[in-house]
Unconditional design. Sequence first.
Length: 192
Amino acid sequence: MSFSEYLVSVRKLNNIGRWASDFMHRRASVAEHSFSVAHISQMLGVIEENHGNRVDWSSLYRKALNHDVVEAFTGDILSHVKHRTETMKSMVNNIELLIAEDMLFSSMEEPYRSRLKDFMFDGKDKTLEGQILRYADNIDALLECLNESRLGNKIPFEDKYHEILEKLKNSELHSVAYFVKNILPDLEKGTE
């Protein structure tokens, strides 16, 4: 695959919707979601730095920008399906890697293939940047659930909202605790 084919493939994210199995009043595309996650990651990174942590900004932006690129080929695989069990998560990860290898990287020349592959598949690791990405992804999903609930689409989005909120409350990141305590109350009141 040439860079031109890569760019055409990435643009497909503009038309791939999230939450495919649920009715939504306002469905975001994977591209919109990725843009939002990048901004949430940036906000969390600034808060982490304010609490004395060093953020590798290049790594954080790379992770946030590329975390869902493979969905240009697989579509949005629902989180509750992907994370049902460790076996399922491992299988989905392997499928995503195989599809990316076959449809994206198989004919791309080195060193570009290795670099782009690393960008796409090193996201939610144990580093500070990987954890920021993990929770930024959760926060964006939480905001989508909040919006759908406000629009009257309470089932299943209120339950999903509370499920995601519990994940956020269990985070050890200063930025996520700050978000839950200081930012989320304003968002829940509607003063965005």
